[in-house]
Design a protein around this ligand. Structure first.
Ligand code: MN
Length: 499
């Protein structure tokens, strides 16, 4: 469902005619070498396409125009090998709609101490050529990523990896469709928001279908399709005896499989990239979609419960950004706390719907009653998540702007059995610690719903927020509440002025 190799970023080198043909030939030679090397780098998940050097206002405008209208171009990497007077860039940058990365590099890593002469200096002058370009991008108040270092430096490649992944997530949102089955959970605030502003700002549309429309498709699921779905369950998970063939609740497994077959058909037919449902509106459904929502997430769909379309869209973008990396991304909810002063922890879970892409080992397929919703017992996958560095991200509507809030955490492997807990779960420690991490989250208005990631870093989400032009706030190792509160206050002023 997600293949980042379909996408490309364009490598564009700026120069001018001042230096003569010989120099421009060298510039072209060097920039094509760099572009080819970036394209071959295993760290960069998309294709890097070399574009001829731009040397005039018209050429710059034209390449930006082409980038805008080329569907699989998800961003441009710009580099000024020589000096490219930046007034030439105004027109192009003004219309550029794709994300911009400024690679501040140099063809030669080292100064050739014994041979360096003025010809070398004139060719290798990005140290000041890139500053001229940087001024104009800042002068135009355009968000962009700046990556500094030699183009073969593994750290530089890693930063480009991060940025191209963010650009892929951003590209995925443009024109995307998410479907809501039912409205937001009644009276809940943080999961609600302005869908018109979201479509304007983020490029994706959220529209509602009555759950009856979905039930109609579910009811068309063929017995053969349900049989194949159950075969997939049997191959991938350990089924409890009650759910096995001839087990006491085998018919519930068939109901769950039928729901998944129907939901997949509905999402494919509507070309949706994600969805949200709510336990308050399940008319005509036998059970709340548990295993279906879990497995659809594992297939790359965005999902969040209780009508939370913002988190569903965020989970989808995170899945695109993390595509191909070890570890997974899931819908998550801060559920309950362990306030042991020696080892404080958050237990994250949901009623049912946690993505098995974050599971440690083979999930167990189980059935248990669900106290809310008033439906039959739902089938779900139960597992613990892998330990290690992770993060929670929350997209909230502050009324005058969207805020993307990230808390870096470290997930810990379960050190205690949870024999009576019938849901998938994760234990984590928030950074910088439990007290500051939770206080900062609450002060920032972060939701109880999040996108939980094992393979993305705060840098991916910061790049992503910059592309969207929204506020980004980070709760990490260095957060202190004094500075964090001021940051929120100052951002308040910034976003009032910067409209
Ligand atoms: Mn919830």
């Amino acid at each position: 469902m997600i293949n980042l190799k379909e996408f490309e970023v364009w490598f564009i080198t700026g120069s001018q005619h001042l230096y003569g043909e010989e120099t421009l030939k060298k510039v072209a030679e060097h920039s094509s070498t760099i572009a080819a090397s970036l394209n071959d780098a295993t760290q960069i998940p998309v294709r890097v396409v070399f574009k001829p050097t731009v040397t005039t206002t018209e050429e710059i405008y034209s390449i930006c125009e082409q980038a805008n209208t080329t569907k699989n171009c998800i961003g441009i990497i710009a580099w000024m090998h020589t000096f490219s007077p930046a007034k030439m860039w105004i027109g192009g940058l003004k219309i550029l709609q794709k994300p911009l990365c400024h690679l501040h590099t140099q063809f030669n890593r080292d100064i050739p101490w014994n041979d360096i002469d003025m010809d070398f200096m004139n060719l290798n002058q990005s140290a000041h050529g890139d500053r001229e370009f940087g001024f104009m991008v800042s002068r135009m108040r355009k968000n962009r990523k700046v990556v500094v270092g030699h183009w073969q430096d593994p750290e530089v490649l890693e930063e480009l990896n991060t940025w191209t992944r963010a650009a892929a997530g951003w590209n995925d949102w443009q024109g995307a469709k998410f479907v809501r089955f039912g409205d937001n959970m009644r009276y809940v605030a943080v999961t609600d928001g302005d869908k018109v502003e979201a479509e304007y700002k983020f490029g994706y549309a959220v529209n509602t279908h009555g759950v009856g429309d979905l039930v109609e498709v579910i009811n068309q699921s063929s017995e053969g399709a349900i049989d194949s779905m159950i075969a997939e369950y049997e191959a991938a998970y350990t089924l409890v005896p009650a759910l096995q063939k001839n087990g006491a609740q085998y018919s519930s497994l068939r109901d769950a499989a039928k729901i998944e077959v129907g939901m997949r058909a509905f999402l494919e037919a509507g070309n949706y990239k994600g969805f949200t449902d709510t336990f308050e509106d399940l008319h005509g459904m036998t059970q709340l979609p548990g295993i279906a929502a879990q497995r659809l997430m594992a297939s790359g769909y965005g999902f969040a419960g209780e009508g939370d379309w913002k988190t569903a869209a965020l989970v989808r973008a995170m899945k695109v950004m993390g595509s191909g990396l070890p570890g997974g991304n899931s819908f998550m909810e801060d559920y309950t706390y362990h306030f042991d002063p020696e080892n404080p922890l958050v237990l994250g879970a949901h009623m049912l719907e946690i993505c098995p892409s974050i599971a440690d080992g083979k999930p167990s397929c189980q059935i248990h009653p669900l106290g809310i919703g008033g439906k039959a017992d739902p089938v779900r996958l139960v597992f613990s998540a892998t330990g290690g560095p992770a993060l929670n991200a929350s997209l909230i509507d502050m009324g005058n702007r969207f805020r993307l809030l990230v808390n870096e955490v470290v997930a810990v492997a379960p050190f205690h059995d949870l024999p009576k807990l019938p849901v998938a779960r994760v234990l984590w420690k928030p950074y910088p610690d439990m007290k500051i991490g939770c206080a900062a989250w609450i002060l920032a208005g972060g939701a109880h719903h999040t996108g939980f990631s094992q393979n993305l870093t705060a840098a991916h989400l910061q790049d992503f927020a910059d592309m969207a032009g929204i506020e980004f706030t980070l709760i990490g190792k260095d957060t202190n509440l004094y500075q964090f509160k001021n940051e929120l206050r100052w951002n308040e002023v910034f976003y009032q002025i910067n409209k």
